[in-house]
Design a protein around this ligand. Structure first.
Ligand code: ATP
Length: 309
């Protein structure tokens, strides 16, 4: 059942059109991720849904509720991660949670939230003494203090080191286990691919594509990238490329010196044929790799832009 439905959202800042036309639904319990390049309109979209900005046009419905008629009910059922700069530096971790709890009629016990965000041992530490990752975890904790059903996380892992990012992934997965719905924006493809039930790619204020990570990758291509590097120099690569191009399953090739890159829909069959050829000719293969397509390949294919992770 959809917990959120967004239809034809639009927002401009003066002559800059930040959101052109965005529509999607989010199902209960899913991790729904919005990814896109800088300035694509992700934050503006999220802020309109969170009630922090009003759209120029379009509808936002949380089940039967909408901002114009049911703002108090919506506020208690959603959780918004504040920017870490909005944390109270001179208060402790637990005092920040207690303070945010007073904003709501009902809240989750701070001890439970501390456990979820793995900050129980830091509960008495002042915020200014926390690491970047700990501050981000606290910001997520503040978003869950009212025990919301939908949690919005806007780039929760930007600027964090890999371990700190993984700690945040663990929290998102715990929220999913609890049946919460998470709406996430991120710059990290790997993160979108690992955590999301569905991914929406936004570019220039519009949705370019929306599906599960696996379906997006599958829809783009069933190709695999195979790389062969020869010990016998460029000639071996040139000859093998000619043979590869004769195979119907090979979609295209690229060669740099002694290294041959090819895209095939049947990697095993292609390699079987090519190894038969290289063995006959006595060419020695130094390295071989087969790569699955990733969500990053999908992004590049749909937006025509390089990913800037
Ligand atoms: P990023 O990944 O860099 O955070 P984003 O996808 O979240 O980008 P938005 O922040 O929603 O994108 O911005 C969309 C467009 O609207 C950009 O061109 C941005 O410069 C512009 N914009 C955003 N906020 C404002 C504002 N308050 N006033 C004027 N223009 C704005």
């Amino acid at each position: 059942m959809p917990v959120l439905e967004v239809r034809h959202l639009k927002k401009a800042y003066g002559s800059v059109s930040a959101v052109e036309d965005i529509s999607f639904t989010v199902e209960a319990g899913e991790v729904f991720t919005i990814i896109g390049p800088n300035g694509a309109g992700k934050t503006t979209t999220l802020e309109m849904i969170e009630g922090l900005q009003s759209p120029d046009a379009g509808q936002i419905e949380f089940g039967a509720l909408n901002w114009s008629k049911n703002s108090e009910q919506i506020k208690v059922s959603i959780g918004v991660q504040p920017q870490s700069s909005a944390l109270f530096d001179l208060l402790t971790v637990e005092e920040n949670l207690d303070l945010f709890a007073t904003f709501y009629p009902k809240s989750r016990p701070a001890a439970e939230v501390l456990e979820m965000i793995s900050l129980t041992d830091q509960r008495d530490k002042h915020v200014k003494k926390l690491s970047g990752g700990q501050k981000q975890r606290l910001a997520i904790g503040l978003a869950m203090i009212n025990d919301p059903t939908i949690i919005f996380l806007d780039e929760p892992t930007t600027g964090l080191d890999p371990q700190a990012r993984r700690n945040i992934w663990d929290i998102i997965l715990k929220l999913k286990e609890l049946g919460k719905t998470t709406i996430l924006t991120t710059h990290y493809m790997e993160e979108a691919e690992k955590l999301s039930d569905r991914v929406c790619i936004v570019d220039q204020g519009k949705i370019v594509t929306l599906d599960t990570p696996a379906a997006l990758i599958d829809r783009l291509t069933k190709e695999r990238e195979v790389r062969l590097t020869f010990l016998d120099g460029a000639d071996a690569a040139i000859e093998t490329e000619k043979v590869a191009l004769l195979q119907p399953t090979v979609v295209r090739t690229n060669r740099e010196g002694a290294s041959l890159q090819l895209w095939t829909t049947q990697p095993e069959e292609t390699l079987y044929e090519l190894f038969g050829f290289t063995k006959d000719r006595g060419f020695r293969v130094e390295q071989i790799s087969i790569r699955e397509m990733s969500l990053e390949d999908v992004f590049i294919a749909f937006t025509g832009k390089e990913w800037r992770d």
